[in-house]
Ligand binder design. Sequence first.
Ligand code: CAA
Length: 246
Amino acid sequence: MARIALVTGGIGGIGTAICTRLAKDGCTVVANHHPSEADAADAWKQARAAEGFTIATFAADVSSFEDSTRMVNEITEQHGPIDILVNCAGITRDKTFKKMEAAHWNAVINVNLNSVFNVTRPIWEGMLERGFGRIINISSVNGQRGQFGQANYSAAKAGMHGFTMALAQEGASKGVTVNTVSPGYVETAMTLAMDETVRNSIIGGIPMRRMAQPDEIAAAIAFLAGDQSAYVTGANLPVNGGLFMH
Ligand code: CAA
């Protein structure tokens, strides 16, 4: 039986690469997107179909517990219980802290961190009962080292790994692993939105002198999602071109 994988933020830059990689690896993949992206999700689904991938899309605002629970229930009814959850939905509201408003803080904490509770919670008990699960939280190098202009984002991303380490302990004896992947700078719409001078100066500080391709991040998720990674839990796997080592 194919494993069923849900990727939140699945139609985004990194999310798309994760969806296609898990599909190539034989999973039945479901991509979540925000309800406001319905048209983009339809176009995305057609583009994936043209590449030979059948990937279902489900709308839900993952910053809402109610909407996330509804989505999980619908996916379970239509496809079966979720075996692999990749918490990939994320946004930025970069501001120096003196210019950061509560709305910038709350949006990033709600979408990037609270979503991890909202989506994992309705899936968790089923994984424990079935004795198998893979939860993979997509954090960031900037959650590990902090980043100028990202007090909100760095806090949320660091929080994700705290969640990983705690939950890994609760799942360890039940066949459910929980891990973090911390990408560095990846070529996506999110990094393209940065001012060009800022972006070039960041790239200049990366030992590999380039950003990652989304597929290079997806490879780390595929590794952690596989049956062979049963003994890896509570880890934080960096994929950052040498930008941060510890
Ligand atoms: N370190 C120290 N000082 C810095 C700095 C840095 N890295 N960057 C800027 N500054 C200084 C400037 O020199 C300037 O100093 P003065 O006031 O003395 O002249 C000051 O900060 C500018 O402050 P402002 O509040 O006016 O900043 P701004 O509005 O020009 O820009 C910003 C602030 C939007 C946060 C901009 O710095 C920025 O885009 N930074 C990049 C943030 C970043 O890395 N985002 C990652 C997005 S991708 C992502 O998040 C994915 C992932 O996981 C990696």
